[in-house]
Design a protein around this ligand. Structure first.
Ligand code: B12
Length: 135
């Protein structure tokens, strides 16, 4: 009778560390900066995101570690952080320009998240595309 309990305890011990460590390491993601308007070169960076961490934190980490990447955001009262500028280029309402947030999945599919940088939770190996464009 004690054997099954012992076995399941041993199994738990074997599985738990995997379960606990699997998601406890930061995951790599790419950040691609594109400008569809002025056409300067597309820039690619890599950074890391904490397990279930938000994109804003990953961008902050990238800015803190790479002097060639900067960004600013404003706080919207309803939707939180709005990406205002990347590498010194800012969107503006008069010109109808903005930084669009796109995500290239590891399988190549490109999606347009329905949340901003404060809510989006990147997964490992995604390419975050920040695209300067018009609305
Ligand atoms: C028009 C619009 C835009 C325009 C705004 C142009 C302008 N300056 O007028 C543009 C095309 C720039 C835009 C961009 C984005 N948008 Co938009 N947008 C809308 C829309 C359709 C209407 C907003 C509006 O005019 N309201 C009326 C005015 C009077 O109210 P307001 O509070 O002043 O509106 C401002 C905010 O809504 C802000 N805004 C617009 N979109 C977003 C997105 C985020 C994340 C933030 C923080 C602020 C913000 O811009 C408006 C003008 O200043 C709403 C949906 C809706 N029906 O409300 C979505 C909406 C607000 N947008 C949304 C999203 C996801 C985005 C993007 C992240 C999409 C993307 N993947 O790129 C980007 C923002 C990227 C960034 N740079 O951070 C979501 C936000 C949901 C959420 N919880 O985060 C909404 C609700 C649509 C949806 N998917 O359901 N958007």
């Amino acid at each position: 009778m004690a054997m099954p309990a012992l076995l399941s305890a041993a199994l738990m011990l074997l599985l738990l560390p995997g379960t606990l460590t699997q998601d406890s390491k930061p995951a790599p993601i790419g950040v691609i900066v594109e400008n569809t308007l002025g056409n300067p070169a597309t820039l690619t960076y890599t950074t890391q995101v904490a397990p279930r961490g938000i994109l804003l934190a990953a961008l902050n980490r990238l800015m803190a570690t790479n002097s060639k990447f900067t960004f600013t955001y404003t706080e919207d009262p309803n939707y939180g952080p709005y990406l205002e500028s990347v590498n010194g280029v800012a969107g503006n309402d008069q010109d109808h320009t903005y930084w669009e947030l796109l995500v290239k999945k590891p399988d190549g599919q490109i999606i347009r998240p329905d949340v901003g940088i404060g809510c989006y939770i990147p997964s490992a190996n995604e390419q975050i595309i920040l695209r300067f464009t018009k609305w």
